[in-house]
Design a protein around this ligand. Structure first.
Ligand SMILES: O=C(COP(=O)(O)O)[C@H](O)[C@H](O)COP(=O)(O)O
Ligand SMILES: [Mg+2]
Length: 415
């Protein structure tokens, strides 16, 4: 037997093992606590300790986390791989982002970054396609893929919604996308929308000769999501969309398994992420949420607009770099830039993020004075201009849809 208390969870000179999950936190100790006091409590509560000193069998201490590299408001915690259940993301998060978020020992604490050990990372499937959706499901090789979300986000009838999709597809957009809060409301039933939209999709494909697809929002309770996924597969869709934060990672893991049976890619919308990541001193960073999304196997995830859109963003280029980097052979994830974009912001967006992204535009297409099809053309023209190395204003001289968009919105970000 060994006695354990908070101080036993601190070893400032600790060298992590290859099998450890290593997590970086920033924290502000609670009143009367030193950094070391707070760090020991964090490592204890997030692994296998409690507030009371315990006598435990020796084996138990092998599962304890260790706080080290304790600096001014920063600490790294290493968790032994055996603390975790393979392939169980909720269990992992209940350790590393669980009770510690509300401990009195810290006034605030933020999980900033994780280094995932191979055995744990590869106990998850990772994405089926990642950036390969650009060539395996779409015809978007060598350019950013494009998507559009109809606006108003809810309220269009099924027919109106499908018509907006058709107009956008023939205007040049690759992907129609449901908004995060459009699912199966009375005015636009899921089943009807899916059937009518794929009929329109087939027409648009025939007319343009390009592959087109639809990011269908299946968000609901998990069993309903699986039924909706089956319907999308039956109708010949290539993607399902899931609001991953509001549905939860357990549901994402289940959807991932079923999506694989049909070869469907998963588009992850991150609505509610800012409840976790907006404050820079508390919560869970978008970087970590994106890591979790990659492990659990989404093919796309929204990662912001590098400050060019309407929403607060945290280090979009750094997150995108992580999503495309090596992770023990797991597929990459195609990042989605979305939220307040329009043709005038395409060039700085692609400068900041490169072309291996999805450019997702709602109001910046449907708010075009000449309608959705013209708005879609304007977006494509802005991308063509960028690829030709010509600035948008010059390209607009003989591209009237782009000229109208630039006249309306200029090149600034909306608020
Ligand atoms: O509907 C939109 C964008 O519409 P619009 O183009 O009209 O602003 C999305 O929900 C945002 O992408 C969410 O933000 P993020 O992608 O940052 O999660
Ligand atoms: Mg939306």
């Amino acid at each position: 037997m060994t006695g354990i208390e908070y101080a036993d969870f601190v070893d400032d000179g600790y060298e992590p093992r290859d099998t450890d999950l290593v997590c970086q936190f920033v924290l502000d100790p609670g009143e009367g606590m030193s950094m070391v006091d707070a760090a020991g409590r964090v490592a204890s509560e997030s692994s296998n300790g409690t507030w009371a000193a315990l006598n435990v069998p020796d084996r138990v201490t092998e599962l304890s986390a260790t706080a080290f590299d304790i600096g001014d408001g920063e600490v790294t915690v290493a968790y032994p791989g055996d603390l975790f259940e393979a392939g169980n993301m909720p269990q992992i998060l209940s350790c590393i982002a669980g009770n510690i978020m509300g401990m009195k020992a810290v006034d605030s604490i933020r999980l900033v970054d994780c280094e995932w050990p191979e055995e744990l990372a590869t106990s998850f499937p990772g994405p089926q396609y990642g950036s390969d959706v650009k060539t395996e499901i779409l015809d978007a090789e060598g350019r950013p893929a494009t998507a559009t979300v109809p606006k108003p986000k809810v309220g269009l009838s099924t027919e109106q919604h499908a018509q907006v999709g058709y107009d956008a597809w023939v205007g040049g957009v690759d992907l129609l996308k449901d908004d995060e809060n459009l699912t199966n409301q009375s005015f636009n039933r899921f089943e009807d929308r899916v059937k009518q939209s794929f009929e329109m999709r087939d027409r648009a494909e025939d007319e343009t000769g390009d592959r087109k697809d639809y990011l269908v929002n299946i968000t609901a309770d998990t069993e309903t999501m699986l039924d909706r996924l089956e319907l999308v597969a039956e109708q010949g869709g290539g993607f399902v969309m899931v609001d991953v934060i509001t549905c939860g990672w357990s549901a994402v893991q289940t959807v991932r398994e079923h999506a694989a049976d049909h070869g469907l890619a998963i588009h992850a919308h991150r609505a509610m992420h800012a409840a976790f990541d907006r404050l820079d001193h508390h919560g869970v960073s978008m970087r970590v949420l994106a890591q979790v999304a990659r492990l659990t196997g989404v093919d796309h995830i929204h990662t912001g607009t590098a400050g060019l859109g309407k929403l607060e963003n945290e280090d979009t280029p750094g997150i995108n770099e992580w999503l495309s980097g090596d992770l023990y052979g797991l597929s990459d994830v195609l990042p989605v830039a979305s939220g307040g974009l329009h043709p005038g912001t395409v060039a700085p967006l692609l400068d900041a993020l490169g072309q291996d992204i999805i450019v997702q535009v709602g109001g910046g297409i449907h708010g075009h004075p000449d309608g959705t099809e013209a708005g879609a053309r304007a977006l494509q023209q802005a991308i063509d201009a960028y690829q030709d190395g010509v600035d948008a204003a010059t390209y607009a001289e003989d591209h009237p849809e782009l000229a109208t968009a630039l006249e309306k919105w200029g090149t600034g970000s909306p608020r």
